[in-house]
Design a protein around this ligand. Structure first.
Ligand SMILES: [Cu+2]
Length: 158
């Protein structure tokens, strides 16, 4: 069934259903479908995520992640860009950390490591498990090049 939504000049919403003679049934469908889209978190999130740009974190000449703390939603992608002349990494793996507390992962999240990110290169990671992540740069862990990502569960979106 093809449903067309028409916004009237008076501010109200009029639903017009094509290819259906049963106007009453069609009207009910017209009401139910937008209600479902409104009330179903998954559907709304999918709509919001369509074409969403990654959250950008820069890797700087001063050996920092900037910003060093970002909050994203579950399923969002973070993109790190190396704006320095040095090689950096984005690493959240306790096995690769000199100081184990530099790597923090929420329960159920798999450790990740970008490998070397050369000048002007980027690295993207999509966060599917909510919680708090503490990551670091392998060559500059000793220089305290560390960052934090907080991933908010989809069902806590406002
Ligand atoms: Cu680095």
């Amino acid at each position: 069934m093809l449903v067309v939504f028409c916004f009237t000049g008076k501010g109200g919403i009029m639903f017009r259903c094509l290819y259906s003679n049963k106007r009453m049934i069609a009207s009910v469908f017209c009401m139910v479908i937008p209600l479902y889209l409104l009330l179903s978190p998954g559907s709304v999130v999918e709509a919001q995520d369509a074409g969403k740009k990654p959250v950008r974190v820069n890797m700087t000449v001063t050996l920092k992640f900037s910003p060093d703390k970002v909050t994203v939603y579950q399923g969002d992608t973070v993109e790190w860009k190396n704006q320095s002349p040095f090689t950096h990494t984005v690493t959240d793996d306790p096995a690769l950390a000199t100081n184990k507390t530099d790597s923090v992962l929420p329960e159920g999240a798999i450790p990740f490591n970008s490998g070397n990110i050369e000048p002007n290169e980027t690295y993207r990671y999509t966060f599917t498990v909510p919680g708090t992540y503490h990551y670091f740069c392998i060559p500059h862990e000793k220089d305290k090049m560390k960052g934090e990502v907080i991933v908010v569960p989809l069902n806590q979106q406002s």
